[in-house]
Design a protein around this ligand. Structure first.
Ligand SMILES: [Zn+2]
Ligand SMILES: [Zn+2]
Ligand SMILES: [Zn+2]
Ligand SMILES: [Zn+2]
Ligand SMILES: [Zn+2]
Length: 159
C-alpha cells in the first residue's frame, strides 16, 4: 500500500490540501504567508505572483487583429468566428480579405459572370453553385434551335 494512506493527514485550512499531520504547522505557516487563493479560478498562487497570475490568466485581453478588449475565454471564438478583422476568403474568387469587407466585396464579386462550359451561357458567380447542379449541359444555341423544331408536338402536350 502507498505510504500516504497510512500517514495521518490534516486539511490545511488555507489551501484545502491534505498535509501530513507532522508537517501541518510548518506548512500552514508557510502556506498562509506565501500563498493566496485566486478569486477567479480558485488556484493557490504565490502571493507575490498573484497579480501576474491574474494578468496572465484572467485579465481581459486585446484581440491582436481588431484590438478590441474582451474576456480571455472568448478570444479564441472571437478570433475564429467574430472578429471583424479576421481573414476570410471570398466564396467566389477565394481571395483572402477581412471579414468586415466581405459582404461588400462579394456583392461585387458575385455579380461577375463566368462562362459555363457545359451550356455555353454566362452565369453570375453567385448563381453558379445553383446553376452547376441544375445545368442541363445543353448549349444555348441548341436549346434555341429546338424551339422551331416541332410546334405541333408542343401543342399536343399542352392540350
Ligand atoms: Zn496550505
Ligand atoms: Zn486564477
Ligand atoms: Zn478582433
Ligand atoms: Zn471575390
Ligand atoms: Zn451551364
Amino acid at each position: 500500500m502507498a505510504m500516504t494512506s497510512d500517514e495521518t493527514t490534516k486539511i490545511c485550512s488555507h489551501c484545502d490540501r491534505a498535509i501530513p499531520s507532522s508537517n501541518i504547522d510548518l506548512h500552514f505557516a508557510h502556506c498562509s504567508r506565501n500563498l493566496e487563493r485566486c478569486k477567479v479560478c480558485g488556484d493557490m498562487v504565490p502571493r507575490k505572483y498573484a497579480e501576474e497570475h491574474f494578468l496572465n490568466t484572467h485579465a481581459p485581453v486585446a484581440c491582436s487583429q481588431c484590438s478590441e478588449t474582451m474576456e480571455r475565454e472568448i478570444l479564441a471564438i472571437h478570433k475564429g468566428e467574430k472578429c471583424p478583422q479576421r481573414i476570410v476568403t471570398c466564396d467566389f474568387c477565394e481571395f483572402p480579405l477581412p471579414a468586415v469587407d466581405l459582404a461588400e466585396h462579394q456583392e461585387v464579386c458575385g455579380n461577375r459572370t463566368e462562362l459555363c462550359h457545359l451550356c455555353n451561357r454566362y452565369i453570375r458567380l453567385r448563381e453558379r453553385y445553383n446553376h452547376e447542379s441544375r445545368c442541363t449541359g445543353v448549349p444555348e444555341n441548341t436549346v434555341g434551335s429546338s424551339r422551331y423544331v416541332c410546334l405541333c408536338f408542343t401543342r399536343a402536350i399542352v392540350t
